[in-house]
Design a protein. Structure first.
Lengths: 384, 312
């Protein structure tokens, strides 16, 4: 795309120039129809609290950020990590510890930053040892899996009073209650996001209350999604995909594969940390179940069902799977989840959203044209 | 002196635990390139089958344990046919749709991990629904030996003997028998093995079944000494994966050596600082091993051997 050529730029509207930053071979959704649908979907999410349980949906959207973090690490860079919840949990615990010790608006804002940094730094440390230590593909997965189990064992035995940081007791299996409500800003100019609903009255629907936290999360989710779209469609994103497709070949082209993996892993850790901060802020509570084996594998489930090479898939599948999981509360929920996972990976290895996209593109183009070499869709994925 | 005996017994215990936990996984992962996250649940099947065979059917303990291994082996074969190679679903879809619907999971490491994790969810929850949160346990046989002021369960010493026996049997099976020869040929070079008349499809199936049977036998052997709950497989996972990664490509030798090294580390640190530090030490040892021996202990030995051959 010749965004830098003067004549090309003059002929194109601002909107299309803006759009081209978000589009490329690495994401689905190139058409005008997609963006119209995207705006409609975001608008639907924005008015959802008027009709349904916004508090629950805000939890799902928080988890969607965790799903996105795995999508860039695994789906785009080829590093399957079972450890995203380690960074998620470290982010959540860091937020809890800092905000309990400094329960002022400025302190809580700093706790958010500390939580994100905690996720990023722990990912950087683990990533440094793994990638610069020459640990390869599947062994990375196993090390992240083992780290999760170790974190779970560790946090579960912190019940004693000696396990306290300042005023914040880690609390072992009982977790850390009394996390202050999320308030951003500095002393005097701050805004409380939790437990501070503002009443709304819409003619025809009636009056209801909406939570500022919901909109904060929605904003962060949409912003993160669009930001990651720019990233994966940038030159750096192309290198990430190249690393996923063939490490040796990418290295031969002169790219520093190790550094790319390290950087993406750290970024993924920070994003998981952000998700963890919001999770702890939403529940005003955090406990070691976030390090449990089941929770550790949930991101892998979301991302593989949605389509690991699709950011949109990660978000949609997180919302859908979590909704299913909550609404099927009961003993069969896990069986169904396992079956869903098994069937998806066996029958639709590339995931549900890319498959749906392919079907849509085929119907739009008609059966004759579909699959043609010049089909203007994104499924012409880099392959070898 | 007494502490020395303590440490030695703890070492034997850790060694047996690691070797038995890793044996089945080492075959399925090390030989076949499938990461079986349902490994813990295969152990669960073996443990539950053996326990139920004793408590419900009244079988003698040794027979019940063999039944546990056998049932898990058959379940492994079923898993291989339906999920890992997709042979049965593909046969049905060939008849009805005229095409394959499942691509085999061999050498698709990440996908095999996700698929077997789905299986593990189903099995754990299935066991919970069917049998509840725990089932009655069988008593630990053989009593205890005592020395000084301590006593130690004889059964745990027997386990160490059994683990060595199993390693030897596996070694014999893969190096001295016709089946082992064919299996290794299949794994080394599938096309050539096929050309030489080996039914590679069946070899994959049987090897997977054998690995599963070993996992089941592990569960059956540990059934008297661990709590019978649906998540019992989880406690084997860390040691199993760490041992396989540290052991490297050669299954039997790798498992034995990593069992020895990691068992010593686990026993020493657990004895001195408690179980938690023992586990942390195990993980750190694995990280260091991966950092300096990326192909595991046996990969390193192989490298040394090659270097010596070159210098001769």
């Amino acid at each position: 795309m010749s965004t830098d050529s003067a004549t090309g730029e003059a002929n194109r509207s601002l909107a299309s120039r803006l759009r081209s930053r978000f589009e490329g071979p690495n994401t689905i959704g190139e058409s005008r129809g997609f963006w119209v649908g995207f705006v409609v979907a975001v608008a639907a999410l924005a008015v959802y609290p008027a009709f349904g349980d916004g508090s629950q949906l805000s939890l799902f959207m928080v988890l969607a950020l965790l799903g996105l973090s795995l999508s860039i690490v695994w789906g785009y860079s080829g590093v399957l990590s079972f450890g995203q919840v380690v960074f998620f949990g470290i982010g959540a615990y860091t937020f809890g510890v800092v905000s309990i010790n400094f329960a002022t608006p400025g302190g809580i804002t700093a706790a958010v930053v500390a939580g994100i940094a905690g996720g990023g730094v722990s990912a950087a440390i683990l990533g440094y040892f793994m990638f610069y230590g020459g640990v390869r593909d599947v062994y990375v997965t196993i090390i992240t899996l083992v780290s999760t189990i170790v974190m779970h064992t560790f946090m579960a035995q912190t019940a004693g009073s000696e396990w306290a940081i300042g005023e914040a007791a880690l609390g072992g299996f009982n977790g850390m209650p009394d996390i202050p409500v999320l308030t951003l800003g500095v002393e005097g100019a701050s805004y409380q996001f939790m437990y501070n609903p503002f009443p709304m009255r819409v003619i025809g629907i009636g009056s209801f209350e909406i939570s500022p936290f919901y909109y904060l999360v929605l904003l962060l989710l949409v912003g993160t999604y669009l930001g990651l779209r720019i990233l994966v469609n940038s030159d750096y994103g192309r290198v990430m995909v190249a690393v996923r497709e063939d490490e040796d070949r990418t290295e031969m082209f002169g790219y520093n594969v190790t550094r790319v993996k390290f950087v993406v892993f750290t970024l993924g850790g920070a994003l998981a940390g952000l998700s963890g901060v919001l999770y702890a802020a939403r529940n005003v509570y955090i406990d070691p179940t976030v390090f449990s084996l089941l929770f550790a594998t949930l991101p892998v489930i979301w991302v593989s069902i949605g389509g690991r090479k699709s950011l949109l898939g990660a978000v949609v599948a997180t919302l859908a799977v979590e909704y299913l999981r909550i609404s099927m509360a009961g003993e069969l929920a896990l069986v169904l989840l396992g079956t869903l996972l098994l069937v998806t990976i066996l029958v639709l290895p590339s995931g549900f959203v890319p498959w749906l996209h392919e079907q849509l593109v085929e119907t739009r183009l008609g059966p004759g044209e579909a699959g043609g070499a010049d089909a203007p869709d994104a499924s012409s994925e880099v392959s070898d | 002196m007494v502490n020395g005996i303590n440490l030695a017994l703890q070492f034997l215990d850790s060694f047996a635990f690691i070797v038995l936990a890793a044996a089945g996984l080492a075959i399925i992962f090390g030989i076949m390139g499938v990461i079986n996250l349902a490994h813990g649940e295969f152990i669960l099947i073996g443990a539950y089958t053996a326990t139920l065979a004793v408590t419900q059917l009244g079988l003698p303990l040794v027979v019940a344990m063999l039944v546990g291994g056998l049932v898990t082996g058959l379940f492994g074969i079923l898993t291989e046919r339906v999920i890992i190679s997709g042979a049965w679903p593909n046969y049905i879809s060939q008849q009805t749709l005229g095409r394959d619907i499942i691509e085999p999971l061999y050498d698709r490491l990440a996908d095999s991990m996700v698929a077997t994790f789905g299986l593990s969810l189903i099995l754990t929850q299935g066991a919970r629904i069917r049998f509840g949160n725990s089932i009655d346990q069988i008593a630990t046989p053989f009593g205890a030996i005592s020395y000084g002021e301590f006593s130690y369960s004889t059964y745990r010493i027997v386990l160490a003997g059994v683990s060595i026996g199993l390693l030897l049997a596996t070694y014999y099976l893969f190096t001295r028998t016709d089946f082992g020869m064919r299996a290794r040929a299949t794994i080394q070079d599938k096309e050539t093995a096929q050309a030489m008349g080996v039914n590679t499809d069946r070899m994959y199936m049987l090897t997977f079944g054998f690995g599963s049977a070993l996992a089941g036998l592990t569960g059956a052997l540990f059934a008297p000494v661990i709590t019978m709950q649906p998540t019992l497989g989880d406690q084997f996972l860390v040691e199993a994966f760490v041992a396989v990664v540290v052991g490297g490509p050669s299954v039997v030798l790798g498992t034995a050596l990593s069992g020895g090294v990691l068992g010593a580390i686990l026993a020493t640190f657990s004895n001195l600082y408690g179980t938690f530090i023992g586990r942390i030490a195990l993980l750190v040892a694995a990280l260091i091993a991966l950092r300096f021996l990326p192909d595991g202990i046996t990969g390193f030995i192989e490298q040394l051997r090659q270097r010596r051959q070159e210098s001769d």
